[in-house]
Design a protein around this ligand. Structure first.
Ligand code: C5P
Length: 406
C-alpha cells in the first residue's frame, strides 16, 4: 500500500525527531515518496541535510522562500501528498493546529491541506498530561486528526510516563492503516508462511531445502499492500523483512507451527513455506563427532506437523480462505489436485520445481491455480507478479476488489 504513495512528513522540534529519520527510511523502503517539512525548532534536533539525504528530495522549511514558492508553493505542497504526518508532534504544533495558527511553513501547510493528518505526539509527560494538551487533542480528534502513540516509558528529560513518541514501526503501521482505510483487504487479516525450515541434527548441522522465500515474502507484501493486517512467519532466508508486515522468524517446522497457531484467528492463510516433512527424531545435544566412529551415524527421522492441513482443519478458528502451495517435479496439476483434497485447503498454487524449471531460488514461476472452479494455467511470470495476481484473486474472493484480472 505504500508503493507510489506520497507522504508529507512534518518534523517538529522534539528530541524524538531522530526517530523520524528512521521512519523516512522505512517509508522509502516500502516504496513511498517522502517530502519533509522541517520546522525551525525541528532543525535544532535533526539537520536538513540528514532529511534531504534520506528523502532524496528537497527539504522545505521557509514559508517565505521565494524560490520554494516558485517551485512548489505551500498550498501545492499540502495538496500533493496522500497523507500528512507530523512526527514528532509537539505540544506546540498541536496547539497551533487546534487554534488554526499558520505562522510558519509547517502550520500553514497543516491549515491548507485537504488530506488526512496523522500525528505522532512526542513530549514531556507533564506537557502531555496538561489540560491544554488534553483539550487540544480532543478537539483535533473530533476534527478527524488521527493519532498514534505516545507510549509510556523513560523520557530523554529523565522523567518517566506517557509522552514518548511511538516507535517508527508503529507510526509506519498507523500510516498504512490510514492509507488503507479504503483498500480491498482493509479490515482483513492474513497469515503467510515463507522460506525453508531448518531441522537440527546437532547444534551446528541441520536439514534444510533450497527455498529462497521470495514467493512467500512477495505474497505477504502484496496482502499488506492490499490493506490486510499481515503476519509473515518465515524460516531463515537471505531476504530483508518486508515493510508493513508483522514478521515472526522461526527455524524449525514445529516453531512455524506454533507461530501460525499464535497468529490465529485470521481471514486468509497462505502457506508458501517449504516446510521440511521430517525432522531428526532426537537432535544431538552436542556436535556429532566423526573421530573414533567406524560407521557414519544414522539419522532417525520423525514426521513434522502439517501446518497447512492443521490450519484447514482448525474448526471455528479456520481461516476463511486457506491457500496452499504444491511444489511438484512431475504430474504437477494431478498431484496438486489431490493435495488440495488431502489437506482440506481451498486453493492450491501448483508449481513445477524440477531442476530444469529454475523455480527454487529463482525469480520466475509458472503456476496453476487450483480451486473448486477448476484449474487455471498462468503464464510464466516473475514471483512478484504471481504474488500480485494471487493477491488480486484473494481480494476478489472477499468481494471488495473489482479490478479486471487478465
Ligand atoms: O505436502 P507438501 O509439502 O507437498 O505440501 C505443500 C504445501 O503444504 C505447502 O503449502 C506447504 O507450505 C504446506 N506444508 C505445511 N506443513 C508441512 C508440509 C507442507 O504447511 N509440514
Amino acid at each position: 500500500m505504500l508503493q507510489g504513495k506520497r507522504i508529507l512528513l512534518i518534523v517538529a522540534g522534539g528530541i524524538a525527531a531522530y526517530k523520524s529519520l528512521e521512519l523516512v527510511r522505512l517509508l522509502r523502503r516500502g516504496g513511498a515518496t517522502v517530502c519533509a517539512v522541517l520546522t525551525e525548532s525541528g532543525a535544532q534536533f535533526v539537520t536538513p541535510l540528514s532529511l534531504q539525504a534520506l528523502t532524496e528530495d528537497k527539504v522545505y522549511s521557509d514559508l517565505f522562500s521565494l524560490t520554494d514558492e516558485c517551485e512548489m508553493g505551500h498550498i501545492q505542497l499540502s495538496r500533493d501528498a496522500d497523507l500528512v504526518v507530523i512526527a514528532p508532534a509537539t505540544a506546540n504544533i498541536l496547539a497551533k493546529l487546534r487554534a488554526g495558527i499558520a505562522d510558519d511553513l509547517a502550520t500553514a501547510v497543516l491549515l491548507a491541506t485537504d488530506k488526512s493528518v496523522l500525528a505522532a505526539p512526542g513530549m514531556n509527560v507533564r506537557m502531555w498530561e496538561h489540560s491544554a494538551t488534553i483539550e487540544n487533542l480532543a478537539a483535533l480528534a473530533s476534527r478527524g486528526v488521527l493519532f498514534v502513540g505516545p507510549n509510556a516509558g523513560d523520557m530523554a528529560c529523565g522523567e518517566h510516563g506517557a509522552g514518548r513518541m511511538a516507535e517508527p514501526q508503529e507510526i509506519l503501521a498507523a500510516i498504512q492503516s490510514a492509507l488503507n482505510a479504503e483498500t480491498p483487504l482493509g479490515g482483513r487479516s492474513a497469515l503467510v508462511t515463507s522460506g525453508p525450515t531448518w531441522e537440527a541434527i546437532d547444534p551446528v548441522r541441520y536439514i534444510a531445502n533450497r527455498s529462497s522465500g521470495k514467493q512467500g515474502h512477495a505474497i505477504a507484501s502484496v496482502l499488506a499492500g492490499l490493506g490486510a493486517r499481515t503476519t509473515l512467519v518465515t524460516g531463515p532466508t537471505r531476504l530483508g523483512d518486508p515493510v508493513g508486515v508483522h514478521i515472526v522468524h522461526i527455524e524449525s517446522a514445529r516453531e512455524m507451527f506454533d507461530a501460525c497457531a499464535d497468529a490465529l484467528p485470521v481471514d486468509i492463510a497462505v502457506c508458501a513455506a517449504a516446510v521440511s516433512d521430517w525432522r531428526v527424531a532426537k537432535a544431538a545435544g552436542q556436535k556429532l563427532k566423526k573421530d573414533g566412529n567406524a560407521t557414519p551415524p544414522v539419522l532417525k527421522l520423525s514426521e513434522n506437523p502439517d501446518i497447512l492441513a492443521a490450519l484447514a482443519a482448525a474448526g471455528s478458528r479456520r481461516p476463511k480462505l486457506v491457500v496452499g502451495f504444491a511444489a511438484e517435479t512431475e504430474y504437477v496439476v494431478e498431484h496438486a489436485v489431490s493435495k488440495r483434497q488431502r489437506k482440506g485447503c481451498d486453493w492450491v498454487v501448483a508449481n513445477n520445481v524440477s531442476s530444469t524449471s529454475g523455480t527454487f531460488g529463482g525469480d520466475d514461476n509458472t503456476v496453476h491455480l487450483i480451486s473448486d472452479m477448476g484449474t487455471e494455467d498462468w503464464p510464466r511470470m516473475g514471483k512478484e507478479e504471481v504474488a500480485a495476481r494471487l493477491g488480486a484473486r484473494i481480494a476478489a474472493h472477499f468481494e471488495k476488489y473489482t479490478s479486471c484480472i487478465p
